[in-house]
Design a protein around this ligand. Sequence first.
Ligand code: KIV
Length: 245
Amino acid sequence: MLTAYDHPTARILDNAGIDTILVGDSLGPVVLGYPNTIPVTIDEMIHHTRAVARGLKRALLIIDMPFMSYQESIEQAKRNAGRMFKESGAEAVKLEGGVTMKDTIKAIVDMDVPVCAHIGLTPQSIHRMGGYKVQGKGKDVERLIEDAKAVEAAGAFMVVLECVPRQLAKEITEMLSIPTIGIGAGPDCDGQVLVIHDLLGLLGDFRPKFVKQYRNLTEDIDKAVKEYIDEVTSGTFPDDSQSFH
Ligand code: KIV
């Protein structure tokens, strides 16, 4: 699984053979310049997911439910999950939370909207958690196991485990019958997810420990733009081959 937020990226990932694309609410910090995921709106999620959906031929498409689109009540969660599912072209929704979200997950699944759960570090709760910290350590181990069991029992078809110690992620993966998708949860999950901008080196120097940067496109783009500026100022672009006769 990888994230995507726009049409050309979605086409490239789909053609490359990625199984699942997530339009994450990481849209906020990664693409829209927000400080975190909390300000992201339903309309922004739908807008970007529609663009991604138009670029896909085969990958499964999941849309993230943003903060305050499902926390208020089960009725609110059903209404917004239904709207996001209907209007975005996504085939499933994702929401954050374990035991506390089990009734909400069940209610959405009962409407025939598939739900991907997300437990461990849940970025919408970042202020309660006191920062982007590894979860499921010490006395929190039991709580995370309960969260994993609860989302499976509620009918989630898949669960993202974010920033969970490797051994605990392995135990949860062995315990559950639904697939676990890890991000900062070690190699023993059933699948992995990364933010595409992290993988491509588009987010500057800060890199969480769990990210592997496969390319540095910031450097490539910087080089390309500087070449363009040089060639336009020196008059070597455009030349005859880029001109009409
Ligand atoms: O919003 C997001 O991109 C996510 C993934 C990192 C799992 O939730």
